[in-house]
Design a protein around this ligand. Structure first.
Ligand SMILES: Cc1cc2nc3c(=O)[nH]c(=O)nc-3n(C[C@H](O)[C@H](O)[C@H](O)COP(=O)(O)O)c2cc1C
Length: 363
């Protein structure tokens, strides 16, 4: 419960229900901290049964108050597992799901307008009074620097299907188990190319295969220990990119899209602080970067995006959104012929890019 301006909000982060209620709802909820009848509440509050019933039914309708005959929903049971992380993690998790994305072209126009009166904050930080030490310039030649320096977000793709071997390499390098470790508490702890807090590896990978040579289109789970794709769902008729990546039509040409999810139980088992929820987000970032770099190394066109339709993806993957939820998405296609720089969304003004010779040696 929180105030925003003059509005009193109640947010049930297990059910996703948010409502503005009169502040007088708070003492009613406090009274019902255990099973009590409406009549008991009326007596305690010194109001008529009719007044009590009205207040109670409003809270029941919004599912902020439960009757003893109602069984908790699977979502409520899943959120109860987060008990030690809540309210911080549960509230943040639910409050940042299924947000509405502005049209990027419209959004870009609004930002350019805003920049005329409110300039963007400086993209770098300086300590003006500090003594400075120039560093030797960084190598740009060699395979590893070239992979790092040529990674870009691609928004145009070639029409050719993605070779299955490329998808296999991307999945293996990103989420494949390359070693098993054994400790006092864990019989089998996976080790992957990315680090993981306590080697819990909460991240799972799913593939939306759209144009992969030799692989039927559909949704798959990547079994990172056996290096297998497990088919979850064949494509429903007319699944467009907007079902999963709303307001990003430029990704429609991608040959494969990867969804990164987290299985929270793996972290909950070990970490009792809500800070662990932060770590799951960071883990998805580690793996996504590995994916983008691996794709760059393979000469492909990768991208990553946060503009996800969480519930649609989770529905189609069969995830409940609490015990396991989607966090991030990446995708890949073959490079379009003739394009050797990153592509901006159609309709965007051209982006001028200039090399910074202060850090890197010339290529
Ligand atoms: C967390 C995160 C979210 C992003 N979300 C989107 C997105 O919703 N749509 C999109 O087209 N690009 C998205 N991008 C890509 C950025 O726009 C891109 O990285 C940025 O413009 C810099 O370009 P570069 O990746 O080529 O260096 C996202 C990148 C990150 C790291």
């Amino acid at each position: 419960m929180y105030w925003r301006g003059r509005w009193f909000f109640v947010h049930n982060y297990a059910t996703g229900r948010v409502a503005t209620l009169p502040a007088a709802a708070a003492p009613v909820l406090q009274f019902f901290d255990g099973w009590s009848t409406a009549a008991e509440y009326a007596t305690n509050a010194g109001v008529s049964t009719t007044v009590a019933q009205t207040a109670i039914s409003q809270l029941l309708a919004n599912e902020f108050l439960h009757s003893s005959t109602r069984r908790p929903s699977p979502n409520e049971e899943a959120m109860a597992r987060w008990d030690r992380w809540n309210p911080a993690a549960g509230f943040f998790h639910d409050a940042t799901r299924d947000v509405r994305f502005v049209d990027p072209i419209e959004g870009g126009r609004a930002l350019r307008q805003k920049a005329r009166t409110v300039p963007p904050p400086p993209p770098i930080k300086r300590y003006p009074r500090a003594r400075t030490y120039d560093l030797p310039r960084v190598e740009t030649s060699g395979e590893f620097p070239q992979v790092l320096l040529t990674r870009r977000t691609w928004r145009q793709f070639g029409k050719r299907p993605l070779p299955l071997a490329s998808l296999a390499a991307l999945l293996g390098y990103t989420g494949g188990v390359h070693k098993w470790a054994r400790t006092g508490s864990d019989k089998r702890m996976p080790l992957k190319t990315s680090p993981s807090g306590g080697a819990r590896h909460p991240i799972e990978l799913y593939v939306w295969a759209r144009r992969v040579a030799g692989l039927p289109a559909g949704l798959y789970h990547y079994g990172g220990d056996r290096h297998q794709l497990e088919r979850i769902r064949s494509p429903r008729a007319r699944v467009g990119i907007e079902r999963y990546l709303p307001s990003q039509p430029w990704y429609d040409g991608a040959a494969a899209i990867i969804f990164f999810s987290a299985v929270y139980e793996r972290y909950l088992w070990k970490y009792t602080s809500a800070r662990a929820y932060r770590a799951t987000l960071i883990e998805a970032g580690h793996q996504c970067q590995t994916f983008c770099l691996a794709a760059t190394w393979l000469g492909l066109a990768p991208f990553c995006t946060m503009a996800l339709a969480d519930s649609n993806i989770e529905h189609d993957l069969g995830l409940d959104g609490i015990a396991e939820s989607v966090l991030y998405a990446a995708g890949v296609g073959v490079r379009p012929s003739g394009a050797d720089v990153q592509s901006m969304p159609a309709g965007s003004p051209p982006m001028r890019v200039q090399a910074n010779r202060r850090v890197f040696k010339p290529c």
